[in-house]
Design a protein around this ligand. Structure first.
Ligand SMILES: CC(C)(COP(=O)(O)OP(=O)(O)OC[C@H]1O[C@@H](n2cnc3c(N)ncnc32)[C@H](O)[C@@H]1OP(=O)(O)O)[C@@H](O)C(=O)NCCC(=O)NCCS
Length: 318
């Protein structure tokens, strides 16, 4: 079979070619350091694989990565069963090999393999930067994606939050969050959220820039988690559990302040249907169609609800 798991040496070799797609503004050496650090992170050690689609002579034709994520499916009796979902990232074919179906065959092969090996198969998700058609061929269904942008600003007015969150608070923050009222959802572990913070740490070091003072905040029963995407000057809201419009406003206003103090330009929240009406009333929040990172879902079993009913918080992005 031409689908194989990459060895450590093959992963490192792949980094030198994928730098062209995802390396900027890092040098090749910095990008290799980023990749090595991320692969050494506990979330990746638990459930990350690099897949290669290889020719008969062993030459690599295309590659991608998969990350394990817990997911929950509501049964007929209303209770949720935990299962295995996977996020696909870094689908890559070298320039001179493109347009010959290698990425499509890789995507088909990986999904078939996950169907076979997943102990409790649920789904595969990806966040496409090349539109939907390529991945639709392999059974993925795209979901319209909207973002809310807020300028980073000191914002003197508004109700203060009850407190900011630090890295050591992530597990407790996730535990206090209300799970989505959806028939199927993916839910990040504390390690998965910390992987976003590891990206933040890596970029802060490599680009020699300050990190945000907090990685989230709480107000009343509401909670937000966020991280810096230094390359774009964004503070991205990874998870938002706002119980009412006033709490949404307090949390996002705090995010604007934290972003401003870290020298970032804006706060970005990935719209989720249940929370959108609350964010719509937040002063300064502007809704825009997302450019890239289009969520797409492929079931690994029968009986999953349509992709449109699945929430995709930014924490699930890989
Ligand atoms: C996207 C990519 C993996 C496709 O690899 P490939 O082996 O050429 O893929 P396939 O031959 O199976 O399919 C090619 C199709 O993808 C489409 N595609 C490739 N790049 C695209 C882009 N930037 N935007 C839209 N469609 C794109 C091609 O138009 C082609 O469609 P067609 O067959 O209808 O003409 C490759 O172009 C690549 O590595 N790009 C840089 C990294 C990247 O952007 N990866 C995707 C991240 S989500």
């Amino acid at each position: 079979m031409p689908l194989v798991l990459a060895t450590d040496a093959q992963k490192a070799q792949r980094d030198t070619v994928t730098h062209a797609a995802w390396g900027s503004p890092l040098s090749v050496a910095q990008y290799q350091e980023r990749e090595a650090r991320l692969r050494a992170h506990p979330w990746c050690r638990e459930g990350m694989n690099t897949w290669l689609w290889v020719a008969d002579d062993g030459a690599v034709l295309a590659s991608c990565e998969t990350f394990h994520t817990d997911s929950f499916l509501r049964g007929a009796d209303g209770t949720f069963t935990q299962g295995d979902s996977y996020a696909i990232a870094s689908v890559f074919t070298e320039d001179h090999l493109r347009g010959r179906g290698h990425a499509t065959r890789l995507m088909d092969g990986v999904a078939a393999e996950l169907e076979r090996v997943a102990p409790r198969p649920h789904s595969v998700v990806l966040f496409s930067d090349v539109g939907a058609p390529l991945y639709r061929r392999s059974g993925y269904v795209d979901v319209p994606a909207w973002d809310w942008h807020l300028d980073a600003s000191e914002v003197p007015e508004g109700r203060p939050v009850d407190g900011g969150l630090q890295e050591t608070d992530v597990a407790a923050a996730l535990a206090r969050m209300q799970r989505p009222q959806a028939p199927f959802y993916l839910w990040p572990s504390a390690a998965q959220v910390d992987w976003h913070l590891e990206r933040e740490r890596v970029y802060a070091e490599l680009l020699a820039r300050p990190r945000p003072q907090t990685c989230g905040a709480v107000v009343g029963d509401s909670t937000a988690l966020w991280s810096m995407v230094a390359r774009y000057g964004d503070l991205v809201v990874l998870m938002l559990d706002a119980r009412d419009a006033a709490d949404a406003a307090a949390l996002l206003t705090e995010a604007r302040r934290v972003a401003h103090r870290a020298g970032l330009q804006r706060v970005v929240w990935w719209e989720e249907p249940a929370t959108a009406p609350l964010v719509a009333g937040v002063p300064g929040a502007v809704r825009v169609q997302r450019d890239g990172s289009l969520p797409m879902l492929r079931p690994l079993r029968a009986g999953l609800p349509p992709a449109l009913e699945v929430p995709f918080p930014r924490a699930l992005w890989v």
